[in-house]
Design a binder for this molecule. Structure first.
Ligand SMILES: *Cc1c(COP(=O)(O)O)cnc(C)c1O
Length: 398
């Protein structure tokens, strides 16, 4: 913040103002430091900064002023001590795992995850990092899976694509009952505008900034938010050496996204809630998955844990994969793409795209069926989205 008049600024204020470091040019919008390295006044100063005895930027793989503004702003929004920006959401998750764990350590993870996250955790087995996957909504399954070697509990809530809700506070208590176990929450679907996992007891929040933080489908990036000592001692040294750093250009784009985050999330929630209720009344629709619907199995938990129900709605059409593809191909306003969290509404067939690499058994276990369609509701007029889905659904049998 440029001043400290406000002791407890709201999220919209933080989204616009947090982390600002105005230069002597007195610019009003954040500057973009598009530079790979930084200069020193003397050889002695270079030596002191390299040795860590003086503050200063060295090289943009390590630190960059534009990236730092993004980090400070996201840390403020999540209510965390420190943030580390990364090149993608996946590299944020990789940084958490490789920065903290060693061969022989164990992870317990929700089985309902972004498909690539499941694949990444499975692939770590060859380095001696085993993951046990459990039903995110079943606290006793988490408890049974924990062993003395368990160092991380990992989850997304709401999950992708079925919007299952995990109880963050209950799982934080479970993690902290172990001597050396942390809870990691992927907060991609809610963003801090709707849910602050750290305040509920989580230790680390990870983000794909690619989604709602950008919000306009432009750049790939990620971040983790956690305690300052973990960033300093575990995650920054990994980033500095391994190099999954955020580009300053992308950080600048994400800063523009954060300025409108609360406004956009409120609009996504309002439209998604209306679309979900409308879909539930359509004869071609067999089932709707949206935490805001009263018949969602974790509706009460979502209402307690989140400030809004989010912009992602999934549903099953009557019939087969052909019917689902027919609906997808018949929409005109929805983009057929695997991304989410964009101003443009998006329609996706998870079983053949985002979750296509999972085995048939794994898909069946997590409920990703051939008739499932995922919607990421954008910022178009909701009446137009309803009309478009209506004409697309009319092309399949009831
Ligand atoms: C997209 C996504 C990721 C991965 O992020 P990238 O920026 O694509 O690397 C991780 N988790 C969730 C929930 C996602 O939707």
């Amino acid at each position: 913040m440029t001043d400290d008049i406000f002791e407890n600024p709201g999220l919209s204020t933080l989204g616009v103002r947090a982390g600002v470091h105005q230069t002597p040019e007195l610019e009003n919008s954040d500057p973009l430091y598009l530079t790979s390295s930084f200069c020193f006044k003397s050889a002695a100063q270079a030596a002191a900064v390299f040795a860590g005895e003086a503050d200063g930027n060295i090289y943009s793989r390590f630190t960059n002023p534009t990236v730092r503004v993004f980090e400070e702003r996201l840390a403020a929004l999540e209510g965390g001590e420190a943030c580390l920006a990364t090149s993608s959401g996946m590299s944020a998750i990789l940084t958490v795992v490789l920065g903290l764990l060693a061969s022989g350590d164990h992870i317990v993870s929700s089985r309902s995850l972004f498909g690539t996250t499941t694949g990444l955790l499975q692939s770590l087995a060859k380095f001696g990092l085993e993951t046990t996957f459990v039903d995110a909504t079943d606290s006793s399954a988490w408890e049974r899976a924990i062993t003395p070697r368990t160092r991380l509990l990992f989850l997304e809530t709401p999950s992708n694509p079925l919007t299952e809700i995990a109880d963050i506070a209950a799982l934080a208590a479970l993690a902290h009952a172990q001597p050396n176990c942390l809870l990691v929450v992927d907060n991609c679907f809610c963003t801090p505008a709707l849910q602050q996992p750290l305040a509920l007891g989580a230790d680390i929040v990870v983000h794909s900034a690619t989604k709602y933080l950008d919000g306009q489908g432009r750049c790939i990036g990620g971040a983790l938010v956690t305690r300052a000592d973990l960033v300093r001692d575990k995650f920054f040294p990994f980033l500095r050496a391994a190099g999954p750093s955020m580009s300053p250009f992308n950080a600048w784009v994400f800063l523009k996204g954060l300025e409108t985050l609360t406004l956009r999330m409120n609009a996504h929630c309002a439209s998604a809630g209306r679309i979900a209720a409308w879909l539930a009344r359509q004869p071609q629709v067999a089932r709707v998955y949206y935490p805001g619907l009263p018949d969602h199995p974790q509706h009460a938990l979502a209402a307690r844990q989140q400030r809004g129900f989010g912009g992602i709605v999934s549903f099953e059409v009557q019939g087969s994969r052909a019917a689902a593809w027919r609906v997808i191909d018949s929409t005109r306003l929805f983009s057929i793409t695997g991304n989410l969290g964009d101003t443009r509404s998006i329609i996706t067939h998870p079983a053949s795209t985002t979750h296509g690499r999972l085995s048939a058994a794994a898909k069946a276990e997590i409920g990703v069926t051939e008739t499932l369609i995922r919607l990421s509701i954008g910022l178009e007029d909701v009446a137009d989205l309803e009309a478009d889905l209506g004409q697309a659904l009319a092309r399949v049998a009831t």
